[in-house]
Ligand binder design. Sequence first.
Ligand SMILES: NCCCC(=O)O
Length: 234
Amino acid sequence: MTLPRPPLIGITLDHEPGSERAFSRYPFHALRENYLTAVSEAGGLPVCLGYGQNADALMDRLDALIITGGAFDVDPALYGEEPHPLTTLKSSRTSAEHALLRAALVRDRPVLGICGGMQLLAVEAGGTLIQHLPPEQQHEQPNPRHEPGHAVSILPGTQLARIVGSSTMSVNSSHHQAVRTPGRAKISALAPDGVIEAIELESARFALGVQWHPEFTLDPGDRRLYAALVEAAR
Ligand SMILES: NCCCC(=O)O
């Protein structure tokens, strides 16, 4: 008897130029290991994705995609704006993730966008971003990212509500940008201060973006996101 093949879940990597004090003095890719833990514990087989590869060839073979986000911003040229002084670009990463996202959506492969990944999903859906949240809003949490920062309200009738099985959950908050308008995507969660915390594309089988970082906490609600992605990828 052959066991069912675990779905291949592509996970985008960050990129660092390298320095004497880093892992390598030469350019390298990086990823928080909890992404791999979350996917494998949900029953998927994680595949780390570098840049400069053929996105269509990759998404022909992969069963789902996670766009991980990080300490850089989506190029505002993609939504017709000039960069804010505090917008940080990482163009090789944005290009790679954008190509993978498009290749995944055209094949209707399940997509989970996390933080910057959700922001890219919104932009791909024709939306726009707030390039720097007003500091007086104090949206970003001062406490460590493995602790909750605020609650979110999950909108009834959304895919997120079905996945999480609750109308509210506690999430962390590690971002200086946010979705301003979601374009063709539907809003599925909001923070108490009105920041858009999750979106989903109704035109796709599974295309969900969350503004928080579920890999830091891996609590039961966050694990359900990875489980839903892996299930959709089967
Ligand atoms: N913009 C990329 C995700 C992180 C942030 O908003 O700070």
